[in-house]
Design a protein around this ligand. Structure first.
Ligand code: ADP
Ligand code: MG
Length: 223
């Protein structure tokens, strides 16, 4: 499903270069649930951005669902994301001036908005948010916001879900609920890469990949 070979990512800043990923080679099978662990700054978010075609490597190749991501144009990458990838972030990234329903529909392809509307309502209902679809994000708790973000991530029925510390801003019960949704996506055959500091989150995964200073330091099967 995902093949990274000799991948490096360098950020150039006013203070010099930061090598966020350094010669990373790894592969993730279709249907696998992988947790990415490592200290803050170890490269987890950068790795997710590369896997999802949000960023390009300086060196090496990134292949996801049969696409050589680094060879695609930016519009092809947008299409690749729409077809294959859902993202969930720690800070939810909902748009404050849109309703819950319209926040989910942000992910809809321009051509399929009316079909997506029904899917969005169904997903929100699955996540216990049916009564909240006209609300604004500011009217929701953190746990509810993350459920809206999950519905947005799943709108296009992605094969791959990339989750960047999705439980980082949630209390225990809401964190468990989000992990339960991730686990059910996995059980239905989906592939997940989850960056997390949360031990309980990592325990749900089939394999834990550890990053340190942009390098993979271990990859351990948990099951
Ligand atoms: P993590 O998610 O594990 O905290 P990141 O992938 O966010 O790690 O960051 C890896 C390294 O790259 C860190 O040193 C971080 O400061 C740096 N970095 C990340 N994004 C940028 C950016 N846009 N510009 C400059 N440096 C960045
Ligand atoms: Mg991060």
């Amino acid at each position: 499903m995902i093949e990274l070979s000799g991948v490096s990512k360098v950020y150039r800043t006013a203070h010099g270069e930061v090598r966020a990923l350094d010669d990373v080679t790894l592969s993730i099978r279709e249907g696998e649930f992988v947790a990415l662990k490592g200290h803050s700054g170890s490269g987890k978010s950068t790795l997710l951005a590369l896997m999802g075609g949000l960023a390009l490597p300086n060196e090496g190749s990134v292949s996801v669902a049969g696409c050589d991501v680094e060879k695609l144009s930016s519009s092809e990458r947008a299409r690749f994301r729409e077809d294959n990838v859902g993202f969930v972030f720690q800070m939810f990234h909902l748009l404050p001036y849109l309703s819950v329903l319209d926040n989910v529909l942000v992910a809809a392809p321009a051509s399929g908005r009316s079909a997506s509307r029904e899917t969005a309502k169904q997903l929100l209902s699955d996540f216990g948010m049916a009564a909240r679809i006209t609300h604004r994000p500011s009217q929701l708790s953190a746990g509810e916001r993350q459920r809206v973000a999950m519905a947005r991530a799943l709108l296009n029925r992605p094969k791959l879900l990339l989750a960047d510390e999705p439980t980082g801003n949630l209390d225990e019960n809401n964190a468990e609920a989000v992990l339960d949704y991730l686990t059910s996506f996995h059980k239905a055959g989906g592939t997940i890469v989850l960056a997390t500091h949360d031990e309980r989150a990592a325990e749900r995964a089939d394999r834990i990949i550890e990053l340190s200073s942009g390098k993979v330091t271990s990859a351990v099967a948990t099951k």
